[in-house]
Design a protein around this ligand. Structure first.
Ligand code: ADP
Ligand code: MG
Length: 409
């Protein structure tokens, strides 16, 4: 992937349009190659092309499963899906990344390769709520430029692209909240990843130049204007290339700590605890559990403060909140890595306004908020720091808050 952090806005818009055109072309070409002609020589076009973006989380990490607040946004990297209902009970799926066609029925979803379960799993969840009989199979080709396993939620992009496609094709009439819940169930019950609803919400409900305030207890969402470009600011994403996929145990352990903390304190969710009450509960908990709890409670506060700053038209002032979030994830929640810390420390040392890891941690990506005119120097400093530490070169690109899942053709 090319580093475009220094490219001026006009050129970057052209680049973005080209990237989307390339993805649409790749989806159509892949579909034509694998599914365009049937065994009788009959030609088939896809019924449509749908896409959904990956996401980055501006602030509010490990708060979703505690019923708290998160502030993610949809990024301008998308997973595109060309789909045709094939009138049988079988799904046939191929991806630009895993080119062999995988065929399977909804009932077989547990036995299929993992990557396919995000798509057929979504079909299974939707079909269990809205049974459609034996003719719901589809031919599906996937093309994507969302990096996999980088903490940018390529998995939600895959589920949500499938979700909007099936919703249209099967005329289910589901709203975005219902589709996000179906995506979460797919991830939790079929893929087996105990994630919250943040990723699917951002992928489905994101909008250009906006973040999405997510109340993970009520599931209410609200768009919050970012206005970075108007203030001469740039948000960068730094993909450390450190795969976070091995992190399942760490993630589950953090969830368990939070649940234990809430149980001992006697609140339904850590969301229900305020920062003011923290000193009172300290003696109830062992040191580690207390620190996990403190991260979640202070992080909820930071999200609300960041939203207030953004609403007041002061995006520059969220910088220190981003950095405080990272420090809390490093010291209290212990989910950062040497590489994530290196990105943050280097960015701050070179004039960033704030920086933090984004996503669940244990690897993945970080975000950096800076004056646009500093972005090139900061990117170079991060690359140099990685080179000095013998880490593979990170990929750095501007985070442009973009539109959520949609039908493209
Ligand atoms: P993340 O969501 O942070 O990218 P996950 O481990 O949750 O990481 O999801 C990554 C997995 O999602 C991949 O290993 C693969 O199984 C699946 N996946 C995502 N995008 C695609 C794609 N374009 N084609 C095939 N599989 C994909
Ligand atoms: Mg994921």
């Amino acid at each position: 992937m090319t580093d475009v952090s220094h490219v001026k806005t006009g050129a970057s818009r052209i680049k973005k349009v080209r990237a989307m055109d390339d993805l649409l072309t790749a989806a159509r070409t892949g579909f034509a190659h694998h599914f365009g002609t049937d065994s009788n020589g009959v030609h088939h076009d896809p019924d449509g092309v749908w896409s959904a973006p990956g996401r980055a989380n501006l602030i509010g990490e490990h708060t979703d499963y505690n019923g708290g607040f998160a502030l993610p946004f949809a990024i301008d990297k998308r997973t595109v899906m060309a789909v045709r209902g094939n009138g049988t009970d079988t799904f046939r799926v191929a991806s630009s990344l895993f080119d062999d066609v995988v065929a399977g029925k909804i009932a077989d979803v547990a036995t299929l390769p993992r990557w396919v379960t995000y798509i057929i799993g979504m079909a299974a969840v939707l079909d269990s709520d809205h049974p459609g009989g034996d003719a719901r199979g589809a031919d599906i080709y996937v093309a994507s430029n969302v990096p996999l396993g980088s903490g940018l939620s390529s998995s939600a992009a895959l589920e949500c692209a499938a979700g909007v496609a099936f919703n249209d094709l099967w005329q289910l009439g589901l709203n975005r909240t219902q589709l996000a819940q179906a995506g979460r169930r797919t991830e939790n019950q079929i893929v087996g990843a105990p994630t919250g609803i943040m990723d699917q919400s951002a992928s489905l409900k994101g909008a250009a130049d906006c973040a999405l305030l997510l109340d993970c207890r009520s599931n209410e969402t609200e768009l919050v204007p970012l206005g970075f470009a108007a203030e001469g600011l740039q948000l960068l994403i730094v993909d450390t290339k450190e795969e976070h996929s091995h992190a399942a145990n760490g993630y589950a352990a953090r969830r368990a700590s939070c649940e234990r903390g809430a149980r001992i304190i006697g609140v339904p969710l850590l969301r229900d605890l305020t920062e003011a009450r923290l000193p009172q509960v300290r003696d109830l908990l062992d040191d580690e559990t207390y620190r996990r709890v403190r991260h979640v409670v202070t992080e909820d506060e930071r999200v609300l403060r960041a939203v207030a700053k953004l609403r007041a038209g002061k995006p520059r002032e969220i910088g220190p909140l981003l950095t405080a979030s990272h420090n809390s994830l490093r010291d209290d929640f212990e989910v950062t890595t040497v590489r994530l810390d290196l990105v943050v420390d280097t960015a701050l040392a070179h004039g960033a306004l704030g920086a933090r890891m984004t996503g669940g941690g244990f690897g993945g990506s970080a975000i950096v908020l800076c004056d646009a005119k500093r972005s090139r120097a900061i990117s170079e400093a991060i690359r140099a720091a990685f080179e000095n530490s013998d880490f593979p070169e990170p990929t750095i690109f501007p985070a442009v808050a973009s539109e959520g899942a949609r039908r493209d053709a």
